[in-house]
Write a protein that binds this ligand. Structure first.
Ligand code: GTP
Ligand code: MG
Length: 195
């Protein structure tokens, strides 16, 4: 798919009603600061259309990016962000859960984990939620520029084991700095979009 146009069409906060879109949605989930917004920018070939930050907790809403007027990239709020109250965490959790449960056009979920860290309890819960709602998330191991080539296979194996992924689940190493992994991610998007 060639990206011709991008438009941040809908921003949903905790109290917003989710949009009833009639085009396919592809969602990006993962811990705060893992690189969701950076990945979305890389896919859209934009430097900073989706707002990113070195401070965790940048994206606190569900953002729907209309791509080519044919599909949506959905940037989900990052979980596991320590600096917000328990109450807010619970509300975000509900918001993500509610989205996964109720979107009628969500076709694919990418779950992002940092290649350097073993997935934690929140990552496992997110993966399990996805499975519960009938999605088989594709895992993206972000910030792969930060690890040595020789370490990668071991780290990827550890991610698969910790999340206890369904057999055959792809784990794609990605770097928003070098864009490595972008093409492979795009292939999965193309499959959903064309199919
Ligand atoms: P929230 O919106 O808080 O949930 O975070 P996010 O998952 O959207 O992360 P974001 O894209 O804002 O990136 C967080 C920080 O990590 C920023 O400082 C990015 O520049 C950095 N970052 C993201 N991806 C990569 C990567 O592939 N490599 C490196 N080295 N840094 C990255
Ligand atoms: Mg973000």
């Amino acid at each position: 798919m060639k990206i011709k146009s991008v438009n941040l069409e809908t921003v949903c906060g905790i109290t917003s009603v989710l949009p009833e879109n009639d085009k396919v949605e592809i969602a990006f989930a993962g811990r705060s600061n893992v690189g969701k917004s950076s990945l979305i920018n890389a896919l859209m070939n934009r430097k900073a259309y989706a707002r990113t930050s070195s401070q965790p907790g940048k994206t606190q809403t569900i953002n729907f990016y209309n791509i080519n007027e044919t599909l949506y990239f959905v940037d989900l709020p990052g979980y596991g962000f320590a600096k917000v109250s328990k109450d807010t965490v619970a509300k975000w959790g509900k918001m993500i859960d509610n989205y996964l449960e109720n979107s009628k056009v969500l076709r694919l979920v990418f779950l992002l984990v940092d290649i350097r860290h073993k997935p934690n309890a929140n990552d496992i819960q997110m993966y399990d939620w996805c499975i519960e709602y009938g999605f088989n998330p594709i895992i993206i191991a972000t910030k792969e520029d930060k690890v040595k080539r020789s370490q990668k296979a071991k780290l990827i194996k550890e991610i698969k084991q910790t999340l206890n992924v369904v057999d055959g689940t792809p784990v794609i190493p990605f770097s928003s700095l070098t864009k490595s992994g972008r093409d492979e991610i795009m292939e999965y998007i193309d499959m959903v979009y064309e199919g």
